[in-house]
Design a protein around this ligand. Structure first.
Ligand code: NDP
Length: 254
């Protein structure tokens, strides 16, 4: 009889935006299973320090690296710093996201560039720099949202960037599969993190999401982290280039 155990001992994982919200939950899950975790953040050192402390308190290892993933030189400097601490990378979680909420007619090219660069281009650049470190194969998971396939008022640039992200994952899957690098997307339902505070209709979004979710509750950061962990495990060895929806059935509700 085969006992199922997810063991990430000896693995090194990078979680972008791993300092709070969903990224923090993912970083904790990976660390709990034995991975050495590198988290990235851009502005709020306090959250990053708290996540590092939480992982260390649980007996894990964690390092926080500051970088603006919209900026290629900052991203490259972060990867150089990662290489000073680790000679390998096994897991990359592309989770950090940003972007303004504006009506279409108020959007500028700056808004577009910012959202697309942080939310989609960063995965391309990170993958290019991570792949040579994934000498024993690797796992990459991109965190997306339902805005990739649905039009949400005000969410235009973020939604479009998530559509690009999901397409990028499929293209990367075809080219990276032969290198033993397995890549998938987790598309999450509404999760009550700091990101939701940017929505003027936060309460309405939360209530609407609850009402439409057949499983009767909101998706939590831990729900997203559990599926991400599964995709990083041997259990998901043949899941590749897919978008896994974690939303309690919200998206299939008619
Ligand atoms: P949060 O806003 O709570 O956290 C965002 C994280 O990303 C922080 O660690 C932040 O760092 C970091 N970050 C933001 N901009 C940059 C940047 N330019 N460079 C580097 N790091 C950056 O987000 P969530 O936890 O809510 O979301 C995480 C992921 O899940 C995102 O991809 C999001 O689109 C997706 N998602 C979220 C949903 C939700 O309802 N919350 C639903 C579906 C998907 P700092 O703290 O320093 O600013």
């Amino acid at each position: 009889m085969r006992k199922i155990k997810i063991d990430l001992q000896g693995k090194v994982a990078l979680v972008t935006g791993g300092s709070r919200g969903i990224g923090k939950a993912v970083a904790l899950r990976l660390a709990e299973q034995g991975a050495e975790v590198v988290i990235n953040y851009v502005r709020h050192r306090g959250h990053a320090d708290a996540t590092v402390a939480a992982i260390k308190a649980g007996g894990g290892q964690c390092l926080a690296l500051k970088a603006n993933l919209a900026d290629e030189s900052s991203l490259t400097a972060m990867m150089a710093e990662l290489r000073r601490h680790h000679d390998r990378l096994d897991i990359l979680i592309s989770n950090a996201a940003s972007g303004v909420l504006r009506p279409v007619l108020e959007l500028t090219s700056h808004h577009w560039d910012w959202a697309v660069n942080v939310n989609a281009r960063a995965l391309l650049l990170l993958t290019q720099q991570a792949a040579p470190l994934m000498t024993g194969g690797g796992r990459i998971v991109a965190i997306s949202s339902i805005g990739s396939v649905r039009a949400i008022p005000g969410y235009t640039v973020v939604g479009a960037s998530k559509g690009a992200l999901e397409s990028l994952v499929r293209h990367l899957a075809v080219e990276l599969g032969p290198r033993g690098i397995n890549i998938n997307t987790v598309r999450a339902g509404v999760v009550d993190t700091d990101a939701l505070k940017k929505f003027p209709n936060r309460e309405e979004i939360l209530a609407g999401s609850m009402a439409r979710t057949p499983l009767g509750r909101l998706t939590t950061p831990e729900d997203v982290a559990d599926v991400t962990l599964f995709l990083c495990s041997e259990l998901a060895a043949m899941v590749h280039g897919q978008t896994v929806v974690v939303d309690g059935g919200y998206a299939v509700h008619g």
